[in-house]
Design a protein around this ligand. Structure first.
Ligand code: NDP
Ligand code: GDR
Length: 328
């Protein structure tokens, strides 16, 4: 039975990836931080087959201990401080976890695999935020990186460190440059989930409006369940490499609002949406849209859920959740 260690097990992608690997017969270990992590119960309930190990990306010795216990064939480094807006106010801690944390886990894997550098296959969760002030449209693996946030800068560090460990030590280390992917498990601080929760509550008469930042922002949004499949496929390749994973389509926040409100039968949402500069960012990324050709050709990966399907899935989930919470 192959074994895998996932950092970031409590996050959106950690849960989907754990489900995928358990279904494939893997022995799955998840790294969980803190002495009383509030999301432990969620992980235990959602993926009861996962064995949780305590550790933190900032603590090399905890990573080494986790590797010794899990004896993994594959390590997926999904752990990060991942909210871009937060990274301006907390640039240092974002750099330490999202950037230096990658170096820590790479170094732990290198030390653990000292007898055979390719013993463990490693996945790094890189991001389209690395493209920032985009140098070409659509963005592909060879596009020059120009990050526009402390989060993006930290991801660039992790991305190049992963490539450096592959080239320096012969590690099977791959980097997935993933564009935005969402789901009913998305954190409520991200715009898609913020909108799906608000729309559900507005439909149920629990709130009147939602306050957002830049409505002109555009993103290449896919479904997280599809994207973890690409992560796994990367580690099944004979050679490690880097891949863009995206839909190749871009949509605005306005289009997202159209679809979300349509899902609850509201055609004109103008009275339900307000704007506040507090949700604007010091710098925005430009036209983010990815070219997934390499992932399609080499990995045989394709997305299953389209943008309207994704928005509908999220709003329907939140209608159900909010109805239960409100006792309706
Ligand atoms: P989430 O924010 O949902 O999850 C982040 C995870 O990182 C949580 O499990 C969190 O644990 C963990 N974490 C935070 N700090 C530490 C630490 N010091 N040590 C160990 N773990 C830590 O992110 P997603 O699931 O959405 O994303 C997974 C990865 O993919 C992230 O690295 C993200 O940056 C990257 N990514 C995501 C994209 C997306 O659209 N979702 C696109 C491109 C890249 P805790 O619960 O304890 O806080
Ligand atoms: P992003 O996701 O920054 O792309 O990072 P987010 O959903 O936070 O923002 C997307 C766009 O929406 C605009 N926006 C708002 N965003 C939030 N959060 N709240 C608002 O009220 C709001 N109003 C408008 C933003 O300005 C932005 O343009 C996500 C994370 O998962 C990263 O970890 C990952 O690397 C990238 O996706 C790819």
């Amino acid at each position: 039975m192959p074994s895998a260690l996932i950092t970031g097990i409590t996050g959106q992608d950690g849960l989907y990836l754990a489900e995928l690997l358990l279904a494939k017969g893997y022995d799955v270990y998840g790294l969980i931080r803190g002495q009383n992590n509030p999301k432990r119960a969620l992980v235990e309930e959602t993926v009861p087959g996962v064995k949780l190990l305590t550790g933190d990306l900032g603590d090399l010795s905890s990573l080494l201990r986790a590797l010794e216990v899990a004896q993994p064939d594959e390590v997926y480094n999904l752990g990060a401080i991942s909210f871009v807006a937060y990274s301006w106010e907390n640039a240092r801690v974002t750099s330490e976890v999202t950037g230096m944390g990658v170096l820590n886990i790479l170094e732990a894997v290198r030390l653990y695999s000292h007898d055979d550098p390719a013993k463990v296959r490693f996945y790094q969760a890189s991001s389209s935020e690395m493209f920032g002030k985009v140098q070409e449209v659509p963005q592909r693996e060879s596009t020059l990186l120009w990050p526009r946030s402390p989060y993006g800068v930290a991801k660039v560090f992790g991305h190049y460190m992963t490539i450096n460990y592959r080239e320096s030590y012969g590690m099977h280390a791959s980097s997935g440059i993933l564009f935005n992917h969402e789901s009913p498990r998305r954190g409520p601080e991200f715009v898609t989930r913020k909108i799906s929760i608000a729309v559900a509550r507005i439909a149920l008469g629990l709130q009147d409006h939602v306050t957002l930042g830049n409505l002109d922002a555009k993103r290449d949004w896919g479904f997280a369940g599809d994207y973890v499949e690409a992560m796994w496929r990367m580690l099944q390749q004979p050679e490690a490499d880097d891949y863009v994973v995206a839909t190749g389509e871009t949509h605005s926040i306005g289009e997202l609002l159209d679809l979300a409100f349509q899902a609850v039968g509201i055609d004109d949402w103008s009275g339900h949406v307000q704007q506040n500069p507090a949700f604007m960012r010091p710098a925005e990324v430009d036209l983010l849209v990815g070219d997934p050709s390499k992932a399609q050709d080499v990995l045989g990966w394709t997305r299953q859920v389209d943008f309207p399907g994704l928005v509908k899935m999220m709003v329907e989930n939140d209608l159900e959740e909010q109805r239960l919470l409100a006792g309706k």
